[in-house]
Design a protein around this ligand. Structure first.
Ligand SMILES: [Zn+2]
Length: 466
């Protein structure tokens, strides 16, 4: 499905109507300006060098009255900034989390310098524009605006720019949770996750707020055989055995697995779509299994939607052999499993062993970092505030909980029972979505302004003193 980008001119000043900041102006340009500075700070990971970004942000938060800590990790180039705007302490803190690192670039495939923060055609271009420096700029500006407008706060508002989200490196939020939990403890948190998706008419079609992430699990498939001279091949060739196993996995489709949030998401999609897709979306989450299977076969042509409704299997690395005249004794593949929360990992691997049907091939999955947790509750003040702000910002849009198809670093909080809600806080279209982790990543200036206003409204609602 393709969507046309939003056709709203960027306005420098937009009105915010949330009490107590009624009729005050939001300088939307400042989110754009901050994003440009963030993109110019190259935090491609590896190596990340996230400390530079903490140093860029620290004086800006301090100047607005935030308590700022730069938490140094054992790696001198990696630090995590925690900026806290104090409330009166009558409620527990709300936290805004944004990862400071970005994935690298294929520079020759970009039409602009990915680390220059180029502004062109109403968009900011650069690595991280969507994932997640755009979100960081929105979260930081919304929090700063609370201080600038002297909004009286009932709870602390904590902003954190964390390291090692993209690389799987050691100083992620898991490290923060172990070493510095008191600094990031909160009643609930916002993070990256769901989407504000534009429709064909240039208006926001839905706002999906993630309440859980799929689990990413590495599984190795190892085939063994006799290692010998390649002039005398035997039937027990490890590479052939591995190939047969992978071929069987490639033609196996996992069954539907639909969570309550996913059901709400597809119900929302059906209300914002036209026939015949609206009917397929309804059938997918309806009670007729045959209709659901037929709907699945059509809906699953979209890789994103396919991934939301089942466990997935993706081979990512293959190893075997070292020279032309030796048959290797083993060959192995790494398979990335992505599980719908609540799935039984051992049962799933046992099913895959049955699919492979060869007892000489070993399938071994690694246990996840965190034990599985229930999705974050939709019955919290933060979820309600974000939902209300999204409805006010994007009238007519469906607002729905969502199972995020990928992983984030929200586990540090969710594993301790702290609800985390995920959103990329700016309207985007399908084209912009494909540029995330790709080439010419960009976000529209109008979207940044709308997102800043929405998150500011959310914070005033959830943290403002009544
Ligand atoms: Zn991200």
């Amino acid at each position: 499905m393709r969507f046309r980008p939003i056709l709203v001119a960027a306005s420098a000043v937009i009105a915010v109507t949330s009490s107590p900041a009624r009729a005050q102006a939001v300088n939307s340009d400042s989110t754009t300006a901050l994003l440009v500075d963030l993109i110019r700070t190259n935090t491609s990971n590896p190596p990340g060098n996230e400390r530079q970004l903490a140093e860029l942000l620290a004086p800006r938060f301090r100047a607005r009255g935030f308590e700022v800590k730069i938490i140094q990790t054992p790696d001198s180039a990696k630090a995590i900034i925690v900026a806290r705007l104090k409330g009166d302490g009558s409620k527990r803190p709300v936290l805004l989390a944004a990862h400071a690192d970005v994935v690298g670039v294929e520079r020759d495939k970009w039409t602009v310098d990915p680390f220059a923060g180029v502004i062109k055609d109403g968009h900011v271009y650069g690595r991280g524009a969507i994932d997640f420096k755009g979100g960081m700029a929105v979260f930081a500006r919304a929090a700063m605006m609370l201080a600038e407008r002297k909004v009286p706060l009932a709870r602390d508002v904590i902003f954190i720019a964390e390291a090692d989200e993209e690389s799987g490196g050691p100083y992620s939020t898991a490290w923060m949770g172990r070493e510095h939990w008191a600094d990031i403890d909160a009643e609930f948190a916002l993070n990256e996750g769901g989407w504000i998706m534009n429709g064909d008419d240039g208006r926001v079609r839905y706002v999906s707020i993630s309440t859980a992430d799929k689990l990413s699990i590495p599984m190795t498939v190892t085939a063994r055989g006799t290692s010998t001279h390649s002039s005398m091949p035997r039937p027990d060739n490890a590479i052939f055995a591995l190939s047969r196993a992978l071929a069987k996995l490639s033609s196996y489709e996992t069954p539907l697995s639909i969570t309550p949030a996913t059901k709400q998401f597809f119900t929302a999609l059906s209300r914002t779509s036209s026939a015949p897709m609206s009917g397929y979306f309804r059938d997918l989450v309806g009670s007729d299994a045959a209709r659901a299977r037929r709907a699945d076969s059509i809906i699953s042509r979209d890789p994103l939607l396919h991934s939301l409704i089942r466990n997935t299997i993706a081979p990512v690395i293959i190893q075997g052999g070292f020279r032309a005249n030796v048959i290797p004794g083993s060959a192995a593949a790494t398979i990335n499993l992505r599980l719908v929360p609540g799935s039984d990992l051992n049962a799933f691997v046992a099913t895959l062993r049955g699919v492979v049907g060869d007892t000489t091939v070993e399938l071994k999955a690694t246990a996840p970092t965190y034990a599985q947790t229930a999705p974050s509750s939709e019955n919290t003040d933060l979820y309600r505030a974000l939902t209300a702000a999204a409805r006010a910002q994007f009238p007519g849009a469906e607002v729905t909980p969502y199972l995020f198809q990928a992983g984030t670093d929200a586990g540090a909080w969710r594993s301790r029972g702290v609800p985390v809600y995920g959103i990329y806080p700016y309207p985007i279209d399908a084209d912009e979505l494909t540029r995330m982790h790709g080439n010419d990543e960009k976000v529209s200036i109008a979207s940044l302004a709308q997102g800043t206003e929405m998150i500011f409204r959310t914070l005033v609602d959830v943290a403002g003193r009544r």
